[in-house]
Design a protein around this ligand. Structure first.
Ligand code: PMP
Length: 317
């Protein structure tokens, strides 16, 4: 989905041609990856002729937290986030007719070497939006990476900053070299953390387990939603506790969840097959999550921000 860029994107408050949104190669964002970002999904609801953006408020709140944690200037951050909130609707209407979308609202420093003082820093923001591919249903083959998730005392896992994603480059290459789809990272205390884009869940004798935030995981919004769905609609206990590596290999089921991956069963870990993939719990969570996103109403478990795309749809139909 990232291979063919759409013709339009949103940049610093307005829609622009894709090719127009440029910064210099020596800019702070290009040199040190100083950008904080979110990944959003907008599901097309055909019956309603509208898009439903999942947890827009929670994503923008986490964007503000990432900005604060890397000390972006507060007032300028707040201004850009207010613009981004409007920009999501503008971009979805511009590109969205009759298809699911994946959106990347991003806030970055253009000028200012390691800059943080408001008078020294120039912030920019953009939203790139892509037609979303359907998420594959095939269970994933995972490895446990030899690389570690960065601890909170280095670049905190709570910060979605572009530069931090370099720590997932080698694990991803390691997985690919071994013929796997994805790498699960341990933390520096050697217990399970997450992948470079999703939270890890195990099912053990009817109880669902996932690492707590203190074990080096992003405060994933899908993770929160899935925990809520498991406890309420599905009626299973969920425990947030540390998971030793070996427990991965003896779980009844395992799955990943995140905005992009949605809910995906894990089929194998380091070549060992899971007992079931997708097992009954994974299948139930996946169905509940997708129903909440695709067919949900405002105020449902996926907290949908509804964008009426009827006019845009009429224009292209
Ligand atoms: N972990 C990491 C490192 C991620 O980048 C993501 C994607 N944002 C996730 C987990 C899943 O987070 P979310 O459910 O908020 O998309």
């Amino acid at each position: 989905m990232f291979d063919t860029p759409p013709s339009v994107m949103w940049w610093n408050g307005r829609l622009v041609p894709w090719a127009a949104a440029t910064v210099h190669v020596t800019s702070e964002v290009a040199t040190r990856g100083t950008n904080v970002f979110e990944g959003l999904r907008a599901y097309w609801q055909p019956g309603e002729r509208r898009h439903a953006v999942v947890h827009l408020d929670a994503h923008l709140e986490r964007l503000a937290q990432s900005a604060r944690l890397i000390r972006l200037p507060e007032a300028a951050t707040a201004e850009h986030i207010a613009l981004l909130r409007t920009g999501v609707g503008e971009l979805v209407r511009a590109i969205g007719a009759a298809q699911d979308l994946y959106l990347r609202p991003t806030l970055y420093i253009e000028q200012g070497r390691y800059g943080w003082r408001p008078e020294k820093v120039k912030l920019g923001s953009y939203i790139a939006g892509y037609p979303a591919d359907p998420t594959p249903t095939r269970p994933m083959d995972c490895i446990v990476s030899s690389w570690r998730r960065t601890p909170d005392t280095a670049v905190s896992p709570l910060i979605k900053v572009g530069a931090a994603y370099q720590a997932f480059r080698l694990p991803r290459i390691e997985a690919e070299v071994q013929g796997a789809d994805e790498a699960i990272l341990l933390n520096t205390r050697d217990t399970v953390a997450e992948t470079g884009g999703a939270a890890v869940f195990l099912v053990r004798s009817g109880t669902v387990v996932t690492p707590p935030l203190a074990d080096g995981v992003l405060d994933s919004i899908t993770r929160r939603t899935v925990i809520g769905l498991l406890r309420t609609s599905i009626g299973l206990p969920v425990i947030e506790r540390s998971i030793p590596r070996s427990e991965l290999y003896i779980a009844d089921e395992a799955f990943l969840c995140g905005t992009l991956d949605e809910v995906r069963a894990i089929g194998t870990i380091d070549g060992l097959s899971m007992a079931a993939a997708p097992g009954p719990v994974t299948a139930a969570v996946r169905d509940a999550y997708l129903a909440a996103c695709r067919e949900g109403k405002d105020g449902g478990p996926a907290s949908l921000h509804l964008i009426d795309t009827l006019e845009a749809h009429r224009a292209t139909a």
